[in-house]
Design a protein around this ligand. Structure first.
Ligand SMILES: CC(C)(COP(=O)(O)OP(=O)(O)OC[C@H]1O[C@@H](n2cnc3c(N)ncnc32)[C@H](O)[C@@H]1OP(=O)(O)O)[C@@H](O)C(=O)NCCC(=O)NCCSC(=O)C[C@@H](O)CCCCCCCCCCCCC(=O)O
Ligand SMILES: NC(=O)c1ccc[n+]([C@@H]2O[C@H](COP(=O)([O-])OP(=O)(O)OC[C@H]3O[C@@H](n4cnc5c(N)ncnc54)[C@H](O)[C@@H]3O)[C@@H](O)[C@H]2O)c1
Length: 663
């Protein structure tokens, strides 16, 4: 509000003062403007509205120049689009990211950008919300000059040089918005955007707003933009997406149950890293590290794997170099079949088979080969980090760095601390994650950590539903309509059914050829094991007949409630155990690592929106029907929150109060 008032007052003064011949609008401290203050949304918005004053800028009879440094995003770029000229520093980033917040650019962005750069380019920028470099903005035609010098000085010089020149062609509102074959274009775009949006409404509404720029005169288009914004502004999806924006920043301010925190723990400098194992994960991790400019030593003991791994890493780095327009020689990766090659690195990431005996042995070896202050990290999916730490001479320097496949693409990194992990070790792993572009979340040590631990009840429910009569397609369809890119069964097929099979075998759950539906004292579905044993895919019908199970019709409501609420229930247990510091940590893990639809804000935020009492009631209902399924037993924390009146999500920590560590 204060910035808006400042703009209104100053623009009015500058426009009406005859002494002023031209005007430059700039930001402070090297940043033009990040757009509207998202924290104001959802509250009563005070202060003056911007659009009328923006129009006063455009209709001024003296040149107004935007001097863009740092960022011009959202309302910031819209302000610049009302200026007559835009001078931009080469390092600036520009864009209309409102769609990522569940909104549309409502200060004229949807009506003005297409007039300036054409409808197809505007559709791309506004429906994806992507940020572009100054060079791309120049190429697209929405900035006039890109410079490397002092932007404000250059803009002032330019503004003085154009005094007296006609501004007619510089007023975007007066430009036409040509779009040949508009109907066909919008039909095609709408179809693509709907598919990509997976249920998100903002991208679709952005297309409708841009269509108004083509079909309506400017003033009516602006009116339509406001009406469409009003439908998004108070939507649950906008709330969820804005929660994600802030949560992504909250999780970087990590803390440990011991009280250690991000702002009191200094990371160690890391320049040289080793990756052990060049399989699926080791390859992606090597690429992610090398792309961030780190020197990497990759160790693999199997000749064939070494050849295949080296080729895969080189190909990925070659493509990355082409995209960046540099030589692949900038990436520093050395390969070795001997573990001794890692002797001088500052940090090791182990990515060998998921086998505790193998990992134990490797950590013992690493502990004697590496320098005493080397950080030893494991990419294990679920194994006990503390046990691995106990194999080394410096257990305080052991943490989990749990990447997600493909590791050079997926944004999530779980940094797992054991009871003995030093705050500096956690700080170093978190900092390294940030450097390689990951959203890093610090979590406690337990089986499966946060993400995979919550996935267990979810996957079991998916199988139980098939036992009871749903087809795998019915389960997947419900989950995909909810917004997951893939349902449980498609995802299992893709990652390989044998992955979970091996984990269940290691847990002693698999009994070859046996059909018993109770294992280790609780309900169990052996369908996945039977598929692996027999290499067959159309099992459920015969299996149900042999088990004497009567098939029933299951609707998508039950699929969602059982799969999602059991996953959420485990999330509450994780909070209770102090494994995750807060609901934001769980939500960011699910959004960035497990394809949870961002416009639903993550599982814990979703539960808060559905209503905690409704989640509790549903769990109690299913628990009564399935008393042999412990994960349907509502967690104590969920009950406690409901009996405390279901406080909003940002106040849950007050109810959790003293999170105790289960370690
Ligand atoms: C700007 C960045 C690129 C900077 O990145 P960097 O990595 O340097 O830093 P951080 O990301 O860590 O950020 C530092 C700090 O700042 C906070 N922050 C950043 N941006 C914002 C922001 N826009 N608002 C609030 N706070 C912000 C961030 O949280 C950090 O804080 P912390 O406490 O954690 O340290 C990067 O930050 C970035 O990308 N920011 C977001 C940029 C963005 O998305 N901008 C778009 C905003 S939406 C917008 O601009 C809308 C416009 O179109 C204007 C619309 C006009 C208003 C219309 C209102 C009409 C209402 C009609 C409905 C009527 C309803 C009815 O009828 O009822
Ligand atoms: N695949 C996934 O989706 C995924 C996701 C997250 C975490 N993880 C975890 O990452 C680890 C690796 O998984 P993966 O899928 O990459 O396995 P993988 O089978 O694809 O690769 C493992 C590699 O390690 C090599 N290796 C075995 N012993 C070694 C040793 N002593 N020294 C050097 N190399 C050795 C093997 O030859 C193989 O190339 C596991 O702990 C797994 O649980 C996997």
């Amino acid at each position: 509000a204060a910035v808006r008032q400042g703009i209104v007052d100053t623009v009015q003064k500058a426009v009406s003062d005859p002494q002023v011949k031209s005007v430059v609008i700039c930001g402070q401290n090297g940043i033009f403007c990040g757009g509207a203050d998202i924290k104001e949304f959802g509250k009563d918005i005070s202060g003056p509205p911007l659009v009328p004053v923006f129009h006063a800028i455009e209709s001024a009879d003296k040149p107004v120049v935007a001097a863009i440094e740092g960022s011009a995003l959202g309302g910031g770029l819209e302000l610049a689009l009302f200026c007559h000229y835009r001078i931009t520093h080469s390092k600036a980033r520009l864009g209309l990211p409102e769609v990522t917040l569940g909104l549309l650019p409502a200060a004229g962005g949807t009506q003005r950008l297409p007039r300036l750069i054409g409808v197809p380019a505007a559709l791309d920028l506004i429906t994806t919300g992507r940020h572009v470099t100054a060079a791309e903005a120049l190429k697209l035609g929405f900035v006039d000059q890109v410079i490397d010098q002092n932007t404000v000085e250059a803009a002032v010089k330019f503004a003085l040089s154009v005094v007296g020149q006609s501004l007619e062609s510089r007023r975007i509102s007066t430009l036409p918005c040509p779009c040949p074959d508009a109907d066909a274009l919008f039909e095609g775009v709408m179809q693509k955007v709907r598919q990509r949006a997976r249920g998100a409404i903002a991208p679709v509404t952005c297309v409708q707003a841009i269509q108004a720029a083509v079909t309506l005169p400017y003033a009516q288009g602006m009116q339509r933009e406001q009406e469409l914004m009003a439908t998004l502004f108070t939507s649950a999806q906008a709330r969820a997406l804005q929660y994600c924006f802030f949560s992504q920043r909250v999780v970087s301010r990590w803390s440990m149950p011991s009280g250690a925190r991000w702002d009191t723990s200094k990371p160690k400098p890391v320049t040289k890293v080793a990756v052990i194992g060049l399989g699926t994960m080791g390859r992606g991790i090597t690429v992610a590290l090398a792309q961030a400019g780190l020197s990497v030593v990759a160790v693999e003991t199997e000749q064939q794997q070494m050849i295949a791994g080296q080729r895969a890493v080189s190909d990925m780095l070659e493509r990355a170099a082409q995209r960046r327009g540099v030589s692949s020689a900038v990436y520093r990766v050395r390969y070795s079949m001997k573990l001794e090659a890692v002797a001088d690195v500052q940090l090791v990431i182990e990515a060998v088979f998921e086998d505790m005996v193998l990992k134990e042995q490797l950590f013992k070896q690493l502990s004697s080969i590496c320098k005493a202050d080397t950080l030893l990290c494991s990419n294990t999916s679920a194994l006990d980090i503390d046990h691995l730490a106990s194999q080394t001479r410096s257990p305080q320097l052991v943490v989990g760095m749990h990447f997600f496949a493909p590791a050079h693409v997926m944004k999530l990194l779980e940094v797992v601390h054991g009871p003995r992990s030093a705050p500096q070790a956690v700080a170093t792993a978190m900092e390294l994650g940030k450097r390689i572009g990951k959203v890093s979340v610090a979590v406690g040590n337990c089986r499966g950590f946060v993400g995979n631990r919550m996935l267990m009840p979810y996957s079991q429910e998916a199988l139980f539903l098939v036992e009871e009569g749903a087809s795998p397609e019915v389960v997947d369809r419900a989950l995909e309509e909810f917004g997951f890119p893939m349902g449980f069964f498609r995802m299992s097929d893709l990652s390989g059914l044998d992955v979970g099979w091996r984990v269940r075998k290691a847990d002693g759950l698999v009994k070859p050829g046996q059909m018993s539906r109770v294992r280790q004292g609780r309900r169990y579905c052996p369908l996945g094991d039977l598929l692996c044993e027999q290499g067959r895919f159309e099992l459920p019908r015969g299996y149900r007949a042999r088990q004497g199970l009567v098939s029933r019709r299951i609707d998508s409501k039950e699929v969602l409630e059982r799969c999602l609420y059991s996953l959420i229930n485990e999330g509450f247990r994780i909070l209770e155990d102090g494994i995750a510091a807060g609901p934001e940590d769980i939500d960011m893990i699910y959004v960035f690592g497990y394809g949870w639809p961002r416009h639903r804000g993550g599982p814990m935020f979703y539960a808060s929106q559905v209503g905690l009492d409704r989640v509790l009631q549903a769990l109690e209902h299913y628990q009564q029907l399935h008393p042999d399924v412990p994960h349907l037993q509502p967690s104590r924390l969920l009950r406690k929150l409901v009996s405390s009146g279901s406080p909003p999500i940002h106040r849950w920590k007050e109810v959790i109060k003293k999170p105790h560590s289960a370690l």
